[in-house]
Design a protein around this ligand. Structure first.
Ligand SMILES: [Zn+2]
Length: 418
């Protein structure tokens, strides 16, 4: 048992933050036991860590991030999706054929993710088995709860990134076999998206999904170009999402669909039917995708939505920045297309980055009793002339905070050092 004193903020529900100023939280083993304004007598002998005015919040979840593109962050952001893939993304991903290069890049990626408060993530690797194996082993060893996928693509990619479908399936099965019993970070099927995958490949992944009860991540109705390609290449399907449904990929582990910016009614129906997550990646939307998710409308229709940094279509690895950007974009969407969206509130954005997404990773993303204690202490955001309330500290952190504002990080109830 340990006790932490701080201001405590987490999502009560989609619309409300739970705020416990100047309070004590008890953590037993890896779970929250309770929160009190005055420490109960029975806990007074337990070790106490006092963060004073620091604000304790849940650690963040990144539901869409490309680890190999970490080295491209903040570069070539003036391109749009198809050109950006050809000129920026694919040449970088090809470099991961070299395991030594991959190791150097992935060590930096994982460290920076944790430094920025992300402890749960759905991560894309590349087509390369050795490099992607290093990534999943590294994340698992660091305790990050989540998923890593070896990307599959067998068409419309450069020669050095285009797989033979049989070999792609074989390598993916070895990856699933090897890491399905991982404690923290598990494998996920990752067909990149409709334009780079044949029906043969997607059906093969469907068989693996059933055999291993595997989760699946991909990009869904990401841009008008991608949605159109999906319709052209898979004319038997009414929408992008149906491509994966027909292969049986929606019926196994969790399904995480990146972007979901131009969904048809059929896309929405299928995602809701299988209780899938759509991922809003605001910076990526601004930089290379050029479309805005109708977040408010989709939330009101009961779709599960999380947030993603989408490195390197997005440029900042901190998911907290994406919570702020999600609010900003929802206002733009409402302004330009008032019939198609309502703006979201800051508590809704924070909930997407924490409690809503945390359900994917075994009951974390909250500080309520029973939650797995993955948490951050943030500080240094008030002004000398204006002391902020705890909830204002959280909002300001998402708008102008940096990793330097994270004073402590807890994973599974234990403080991380260094
Ligand atoms: Zn992506």
């Amino acid at each position: 048992m340990q006790i932490i004193h701080a201001d405590i903020v987490y999502s009560e529900d989609r619309e409300h933050l739970a705020v416990h100023p100047d309070s004590y939280i008890a953590v037993e083993k890896e779970k929250v036991k309770g929160i009190w304004p005055v420490l109960p007598e029975e806990y007074k002998s337990a070790p106490l860590t006092d963060y004073g005015d620091g604000v304790l919040i849940p650690a963040l979840s990144d539901l869409h991030v490309h680890a190999p593109q970490y080295l491209n962050r903040g570069l070539e952001m003036d391109l749009l999706l198809a050109d950006w893939l050809d000129q920026c993304t694919f040449p970088m991903e090809a470099k991961y054929a070299d395991p030594e290069f991959a190791k150097l890049a992935y060590d930096a990626f994982v460290d920076d993710m944790i430094a920025n408060g992300t402890m749960h993530a759905c991560v894309y690797g590349t087509i390369h088995s050795e490099a992607t194996s290093y990534l999943i082993e590294r994340m698992d060893q660091k305790g990050i709860k989540g998923f890593v996928g070896k990307i599959n693509m067998d068409r419309s990619a450069p020669d050095d990134l285009r797989e033979d479908p049989d070999e792609s399936i074989r390598e993916t099965e070895i990856f699933l076999e090897k890491y399905s019993k991982n404690r923290n970070t598990r494998p996920i099927l990752t067909p990149r998206f409709a334009p780079t995958c044949t029906r043969e490949l997607i059906n093969g992944l469907g068989k693996l999904g059933r055999k291993y009860n595997a989760a699946m991540q991909t990009h869904l109705v990401e841009s008008l170009w991608e949605a159109e390609q999906a319709r052209l290449l898979f004319p038997e399907c009414s929408c992008d999402t149906e491509i994966y449904e027909r292969a049986g990929l929606m019926e196994n582990g969790p399904v995480i669909g990146g972007h979901f910016i131009f969904p048809s009614e059929d896309d929405i129906r299928i995602m809701k039917k299988y209780d899938c997550y759509a991922v809003h990646c605001p910076d990526a939307t601004i930089s290379v995708i050029a479309g805005i998710m109708k977040t408010g409308t989709l939330l009101d229709r009961g779709l599960k939505i999380g947030l993603g940094s989408d490195i390197s279509a997005g440029h900042h690895i901190g998911v907290y920045t994406q919570a702020a950007r999600a609010v900003q974009l929802s206002k733009l969407k409402q302004f330009y297309e008032p019939d198609d969206n309502r703006k979201i509130t800051f508590p809704e954005a924070f909930w997407m980055a924490t409690k809503q997404s945390g359900k994917l990773f075994g009951g974390t993303g909250s500080l309520e009793p029973g939650a797995v204690f993955d948490a951050l202490v943030i500080d240094g955001l008030s002004d000398a002339a204006r002391k902020l309330t705890p909830e204002q500290v959280v909002e300001r952190f998402c708008y102008i905070g940096t990793k330097e504002n994270i004073k402590a990080r807890y994973m599974n109830g234990e403080v991380l050092f260094g």
